[in-house]
Structure formats: structure tokens, C-alpha cells
Design a protein around this ligand. Structure first.
Ligand SMILES: Cc1cc2nc3c(=O)[nH]c(=O)nc-3n(C[C@H](O)[C@H](O)[C@H](O)COP(=O)(O)OP(=O)(O)OC[C@H]3O[C@@H](n4cnc5c(N)ncnc54)[C@H](O)[C@@H]3O)c2cc1C
Length: 410
């Protein structure tokens, strides 16, 4: 069995086969598993890289039937049942699990791909952090840069990624940077959150939306809903209204699409370039191929809605496919996937989070932050990583020391 991708979905599938009579081969282009929900904390120096990047080989030390390769998938031929890689020889399979995740969608906005800072991978987070730190150091030496908007950041997208990043950047600016650069004016940099829709957090109920705007505004974020970014240059962001914002940093948190490889599979794709799957998470016309996590458009059996691209959907769908393959090799039937909704949630800043439960009940503030932590700890791949996360997250939460705000030149 071949698993492509070592995210929540791929790891979940491979680990569920630990007791099965199956040879598992997992391939990922990285030698680490990324915990995407906290990338924004790496980008703002609150957590260091190992807190969100876990060595993927660690996760299979006790699993004798699993082998890992660090390599990039370059082509997948579903009819020939063969996968090609940048370096490895092509591999065939009896079962294939597609867990290659999603990638950024810039929606064709002029200059976004060249000058924007997406936040989907660990290198994205480190790149953004280094860029922002570099701008503050430059402004410390040349104040004219402040007038040119060098320290302003435009964050695009009023969903969880945009809100979390804007909130964390504001706390970095008003917390650490205020003390790091005492000679720079207190209002040296603005954080603007731009959302095309009429409101931020459109997936949440009105009380959560109001709370989020208030929490962001209190932290100094300027929320600009109903504004569309039209073009980006390295130093300016132009809105559709014609307004030009001075900003040397644009963080793109506005959209995702299925991994580019899906376009070569010869499959009809769903919205956002995701692979539509049946109730057992199989790909049409290929019962030996499963798609899980962000790459898949999985319809919730309960609501008949396509499930959102979330860590818990990825982990549960991956685990379900692992269990399904274990059943199939034992000659049993596959079972349909049932998603256990743990709520939609996001963190806005220190002690400030929001949660919306399946029935519509909402939580805000510290209680929601505790719920966020509980649900996200469950996404971590090992007990050791959970124990480490409790220490890292609690430490970051209590001390608020952004010890990751250093740039290391190599
Ligand atoms: C900034 C951000 C914040 C988020 N916050 C939350 C949150 O708070 N809560 C939540 O539940 N969800 C959150 N999510 C969503 C969640 O992280 C994703 O839904 C989840 O990671 C999807 O898991 P996956 O396994 O499908 O894909 P991924 O985690 O993306 O894993 C895909 C894997 O495939 C590998 N890969 C890709 N292309 C290739 C290739 N060509 N060759 C080899 N390997 C390849 C990648 O290296 C990666 O390891 C967030 C996402 C982002 C980006």
C-alpha cells in the first residue's frame, strides 16, 4: 500500500495499518510532519520550528510494516497503478492513499504569487518571520522606511488563518517590538485585515463575528471587510476601490486549492480542485484509490455538505481509510465514513479564541482557548508530541516570550 503525503491524513491512514498484513510505504517531500494550525505562531516568533515540524520517521519507529521515503511525487498514473517521484524509482501499489493536501490559491490576483507571503508550510512561516524581522531592523537604521509603510502588514482573508495571523502580528508589534525598538514610534506599523466579503469569520455565528472584530480592534488590528485586493507590488497593495495601501508585507490567507497534481489524474474535480470521493472515500472508477484530507471533497453523511479543510477532517478521514484497507485485506466490506464534528474554532490572540459547536452553541475567550487546545492536542501524532506541546503552548501562553524572533543566516 502506498500513502502519498505525511500530513494528518496520510499519517492517520498509515498508522491505522500497524497491525495489518500490509506493507506500507509513505512518501512525503519533507522529512517532517507539519502542524499547520500553529504556523502563525512560528511566523510571529512565539513558537520555534520543532514545535510545529515533527520528524516523520519518529512516528513509525514501532511500526515494522512501514517504510518512509523523503521524495517529491511528480506524476500519478491511476490506470497503470504507478506513481513517479523526483528521485525514487516508480512504485506500483495494490492500494493508493492520496493525502497530498492543498496549496495556496492566489485567485489570479496580480502580483500575489510573486510578492505575497502565504502561510501554508513551515518554510512559508519562517520566510514571513525573517521578512518582518528584517524590515524592523532596517527601519531601526533608516526611519524614512516607516513613512513608506515598511512596517505595515496587510493580511488578506477574514477566515481563521487571516484572523489568527493578524491577531498574532498585532501582539508581536505591541508586545515584543515595542520593547525591542524603544526609539521607534509606538504607531510605527499598522496591521490591516482585508476581507472581500461583508464580514470576517463568515463561517461563524454573528455573536462570534462581533467578538472577533472587537478582540482584533482591541489589539490594534484595522479590520477592513468588503474590500477586495486587486494588485500587489513589493511595497504597495492596491484595493479594487482604487485605494493604495503602503505596505511592504502582504500575508495571503485567502484561499486554498487541491494539490496541483490532482489536475493530471483525469478525474472530474470538485470546487477548489478537490477530488470528489464516495461514502467510503474512494476515487470514482478506482476502488483501490482513496483520497483523504484537504485534497478530497468529502460529503458529510449527516449534513450532505462538503466538509471543511480541517485537521480533524484530515485525521479522521485518513484513519478511516487505514481501517478500511485493513478490513479489505481481511476480506471484509468497507464501511462508510462518518465525521465526528468537534466544532469550528479559531484563536484570535492571547487568551482569546472562539468555538462554535455542531448544535450552534458558541464559546468565546479563555474557555474557548482551552477547548481549542484540547481538540488540537488530539491532532498531534504521538503522546510524546502531546506532552511537549502542552509545555510549549503553556509556556508560550504564560510567558509570552517570543524567543523565536531571531534570524539565522545560513
Ligand atoms: C495556516 C493554517 C492554519 C490552520 N489552522 C487550523 C486549525 O486551527 N484547526 C484545524 O483543524 N485545521 C487547521 N488548518 C487546516 C489543517 O491544517 C489542514 O486541514 C490539514 O493539515 C490537512 O491535512 P492533510 O494531511 O490533508 O494535508 P497536509 O497537512 O497539507 O499534508 C500534505 C502532505 O503532503 C506533502 N506533499 C505535498 N505535495 C507533495 C508532493 N508533490 N510530493 C510529496 N509530498 C507532497 C506535504 O509535504 C505534506 O506533508 C489550518 C491550515 C493552515 C494552512
Amino acid at each position: 500500500m502506498l500513502v502519498l503525503g505525511g500530513g494528518f491524513a496520510g499519517i492517520g491512514a498509515a498508522q491505522k495499518l500497524h497491525k495489518s498484513d500490509v506493507d506500507v510505504v509513505l512518501v512525503d517531500k519533507n522529512d517532517y510532519h507539519t502542524f499547520q494550525p500553529l504556523l502563525y505562531q512560528v511566523a510571529t516568533g512565539l513558537l520555534e520550528q520543532p514545535a510545529v515540524g515533527h520528524p516523520v520517521r519518529d512516528l513509525f519507529h514501532g511500526q515494522d510494516n512501514a517504510r518512509l521515503h523523503k521524495d517529491r511525487v511528480t506524476a500519478i498514473d491511476l490506470d497503470a497503478r504507478e506513481v513517479q517521484f523526483a528521485e525514487l524509482e516508480p512504485l506500483g501499489y495494490d492500494f493508493l492513499v492520496l493525502g497530498l493536501g492543498a496549496e495556496v490559491n492566489f485567485f489570479g490576483v496580480q502580483g500575489a504569487a510573486e510578492h505575497g507571503f502565504p502561510l501554508y508550510t513551515l518554510p512559508d512561516a519562517v520566510r514571513l518571520k525573517n521578512h518582518v524581522l528584517g524590515l524592523w531592523e532596517a527601519a531601526d537604521k533608516d526611519r524614512k522606511l516607516i513613512d513608506d509603510g515598511a512596517l505595515n502588514v496587510v493580511v488578506v482573508g477574514g477566515g481563521p488563518t487571516g484572523v489568527e495571523t493578524a491577531g498574532a502580528l498585532a501582539e508581536l508589534y505591541t508586545g515584543s517590538f515595542k520593547k525591542d525598538y524603544p526609539d521607534l514610534p509606538a504607531d510605527a506599523g499598522r496591521i490591516l485585515l482585508v476581507e472581500a466579503g461583508p464580514e470576517i469569520f463568515s463561517m461563524f455565528k454573528p455573536d462570534i463575528r462581533e467578538y472577533a472584530v472587537k478582540a482584533l480592534t482591541e489589539r490594534g488590528v484595522e479590520v477592513r471587510a468588503g474590500e477586495v485586493v486587486e494588485s500587489i507590488t513589493p511595497l504597495r497593495v492596491t484595493l479594487k476601490s482604487g485605494e493604495e495601501l503602503k505596505a511592504h508585507t502582504l500575508v495571503w490567507g485567502a484561499g486554498l486549492q487541491g494539490n496541483a497534481l490532482v489536475q493530471s489524474l483525469g478525474l472530474e474535480l470538485e470546487r477548489g480542485n478537490r477530488i470528489g470521493v464516495d461514502a467510503e472515500l474512494r476515487v470514482p472508477s478506482h476502488p483501490e484509490v482513496f483520497a483523504v484530507g484537504d485534497i478530497a471533497a468529502i460529503t458529510d453523511a449527516k449534513t450532505q455538505q462538503v466538509l471543511p479543510q480541517l485537521g480533524s477532517v484530515a485525521l479522521q478521514s485518513g484513519e478511516h481509510v487505514g481501517e478500511t484497507i485493513a478490513r479489505l485485506v481481511e476480506g471484509k466490506e468497507a464501511k462508510p465514513f462518518k465525521y465526528h464534528d468537534k466544532g469550528t474554532m479559531a484563536a484570535i490572540g492571547r487568551g482569546s479564541a472562539v468555538v462554535q459547536m455542531l448544535g450552534g452553541r458558541t464559546m468565546k475567550g479563555k474557555l474557548a482557548a482551552a477547548a481549542w487546545m484540547t481538540v488540537h492536542l488530539a491532532l498531534l501524532p504521538t503522546n510524546e508530541s502531546r506532552a511537549k506541546a502542552v509545555v510549549d503552548w503553556a509556556g508560550a501562553g504564560f510567558t509570552h516570550q517570543r524567543s523565536g524572533r531571531i534570524t539565522v543566516d545560513t
